[in-house]
Design a protein around this ligand. Structure first.
Ligand code: AMP
Ligand code: MG
Length: 495
């Protein structure tokens, strides 16, 4: 056991808040019904002086948990200082291919799954502390998080949710009152992440590479029950599971591409079986458009560049298929499902891009060159990706001089072919083209302000991103592309 875990065991800790009057429910547990080698019990480190940075009240309400109202009490519950009712913290085992190389032993090195909340609608969600101290999977790391990654994940994951992308959510962000040592000394933080589950492709790999077929089968059965019950009714459930996950990943990456989102670390341990965006490390939204854009400081070869993402999703799915082959040995069947990835991704992507360009529900195959030529023009000009769609609509309504030359002229003719007015077209476009995205320079500004003790920028940014398709009065600054000097060119991992 890591030294840190023993050191923490003696501290006084309230097990539950059950004495507090409440109307909500307690955390429950199904993952712990899986065999013991799927996880390790952990004791979250008790943050000495927890202070609430942000709390997601609507999400808390949705989860129906028994929670107090007072910020200090919430800070204590979501920092490891106390535990919410029914919590039984565990760290999950997983492996993963990182930048193409197998790491047989990863696991939750800085996270503790407190338990599962079941909403009134019957949906089950993991509630996990991230940055709450060492676990048996920490591999020498401190298990902690500095404030920056906490602010980053809270802001970006909630923005993704508002943008309509399947994603893990952020329930709370807390300052621990403790410093962590990175390149410099930084204030520590804990993020509470809410996820459909934390099963990753890497979770399957962990058991498959150890030849533990029983565990792969148990995990597959668990994933089917929890996420894809219809696969359970199929003739070949594991193949059906694979097809469902392949489809979920194709849809997810189509969504990312249409939004100009670069995940940055599409390692197999960061690919959720539930099909949610997970692990907001060096992720970034494009400012100026570039097909081959890379932000992550650790992605030197551009493996996870913007336009690589569909290919990498498919590569990751191949690793998932290899795991399932151990329990359902028909290579040709899995290859054929894997081969459908493009047929799942392409129409999903084309449909989203068609909607962004004011065509709906689909451009039709003949008009795909318009999408390509539009993006090629943005790529050549280095125009802002997000704002280009808004401005296209704006110029259409104003009958202003086309800025993008012949492609814009072609587009105008095509989009006006129906009987909609220019205002109708613009309204349809503005409804799917965000005006506010979590721009890297603004996220960075929020992080620096919070590190300096001022959380107002983070809160303003969260507010602006709560309605990404509309500009709110007084929050206009968040809709502006960075000036060249403000541009963030590198992003860093959330460790
Ligand atoms: P990530 O880059 O967030 O996907 O993390 C990759 C692996 O490194 C996971 O197993 C994490 O739990 C582990 N890890 C990241 N940061 C820390 C840390 N500060 N202490 C211990 N383990 C960590
Ligand atoms: Mg990860």
């Amino acid at each position: 056991m890591a030294a840190g875990c023993e050191a923490k065991a003696a501290r006084p800790r309230l097990e539950t808040n059950a004495k507090r009057p409440h109307n909500g429910t307690m955390l429950t547990h199904t993952y712990t019904e899986l065999p013991e080698h799927f996880y390790a019990p952990v004791t979250p480190h008790a943050a000495p002086e927890p202070r609430l940075l942000a709390f997601n009240t609507p999400l808390a309400t949705e989860l129906g948990l028994a929670l107090p109202d007072a910020p200090d009490e919430l800070a204590a519950l979501f920092s490891g200082a106390q535990l919410p009712a029914g919590a039984k913290p565990i760290a999950l085992a997983y492996a993963g291919h990182q930048f193409g190389q197998l790491s047989p032993q990863l696991g939750d090195g800085r996270a503790a799954l407190l338990g599962e909340a079941v909403t009134a609608a019957g949906h089950r969600f993991d509630v996990q502390l991230k940055g709450s101290g060492p676990t048996p999977f920490s591999r020498g790391g401190d298990g902690k998080s500095s404030l920056g990654p906490v602010v980053r994940e809270y802001v970006i994951s909630e923005a993704m949710h508002r943008l309509g992308v399947p994603t893990t959510r952020a329930l709370a962000a807390v300052r621990t009152g403790e410093d962590v040592l990175r390149d410099t000394i930084l204030p520590g933080g804990v993020l509470t992440r809410v996820a459909a589950s934390h099963i990753r492709i890497g979770t399957f790999e962990y058991f498959a590479i150890r030849g533990d077929k029983d565990a792969v089968r148990q995990l597959a059965d668990y994933a089917i029950t929890r996420h894809y019950p219809e696969a359970g009714a199929a003739d070949k459930p594991y193949r059906a599971l694979f097809a469902a996950v392949a489809n979920a990943h194709a849809q997810l990456v189509a969504h990312w591409m249409a939004l100009g989102f670069i995940h940055g670390v599409m390692n197999t341990d960061n690919m959720s079986i539930a099909g949610e965006t997970i692990d907001y490390g060096p992720c970034a939204f494009l400012d100026e458009f570039a097909f081959n854009k890379v932000f992550s400081s650790i992605d030197r070869g551009g493996r996870y560049a913007y336009n690589q993402q569909p290919l990498i999703a498919q590569w990751n799915l191949a690793r998932f298929a290899e795991c399932l082959l151990g329990i359902d040995d028909d290579k040709a069947a899995y290859e054929s499902i894997l081969g459908t990835f493009d047929d799942l991704f392409e129409p999903a992507y084309r449909q989203k891009m068609a909607a962004k360009l004011g065509f709906g529900p689909s451009l039709g195959d003949d008009d795909s060159p318009l999408i390509r030529d539009f993006l090629t023009t943005l790529n050549e000009r280095g125009d802002d990706y997000t704002l280009s769609f808004r401005e296209l609509a704006e110029r259409l309504v104003a009958d202003a001089e086309p800025r993008l030359g012949s492609v814009e002229e072609r587009w105008r003719v095509a989009v006006r072919a129906g009987d909609r007015t220019d205002n109708d077209i613009r309204a349809a476009m503005d409804a799917v083209n965000p005006i506010v995205i979590p721009r890297n320079h603004q996220v960075e500004r929020a992080i620096q302000a919070s590190i300096g003790g001022d959380d107002s920028v983070m809160h303003a940014l969260i507010k602006a991103l709560a309605s990404p398709f509309e500009l709110q009065l007084g929050l206009e600054e968040f809709a502006i592309a960075p000036k060249p000097a403000e541009r963030v060119v590198r992003t860093f991992c959330g460790t």
